[in-house]
Write a protein that binds this ligand. Sequence first.
Ligand code: S3P
Length: 165
Amino acid sequence: MIVILVGMPGSGKSTAGRQLARRLNQPFIDSDAVIEERMGMPIRAYFDAHGEAAFRDLEQQTLADLCQGADCVLATGGGSVLRPENRDMLKSHGVVMYLRASPDQLYRRLKNDTKRPLLQVADPLQALRDLYAQRDPLYRDTAHYVIETGRPSLAMLVNKILMQI
Ligand code: S3P
């Protein structure tokens, strides 16, 4: 079984995913890390050089490849649910968990971030609110389970996810 984590940037997909993989004794794969390897550069540099659409094409191809691969815990990039093809693919190839957090919570975790191109704007909190408004329905549409991240410890969050599997 592939356990797929979706959610906004800063929702804890990579951190929780790593722990979850340890608990399930499965490999952990971060799709952004695979994409960066394929691009040969950091995501932000790729966005600057080639634009978002080119990144989304590579993201779609990478997700398709990973969905065909071995069982693992897969953390996806926050924009992985934007394309309907991706939503269908993720839903049909694994158990999808939406790690939900509010824009305010996400902002507190991400305010010093310099890696995420979509947040390098004058008002990142507003950018998070806009992204959240657009994407929350898409994450819900993709996920089999919604996990409220709130303020629990990482161990509690991982337990919450494990209870749904
Ligand atoms: C993106 C989120 C990033 C990364 C890229 C685009 C997005 O992943 O895929 O910068 O559109 O929200 P994280 O969710 O791991 O930050």
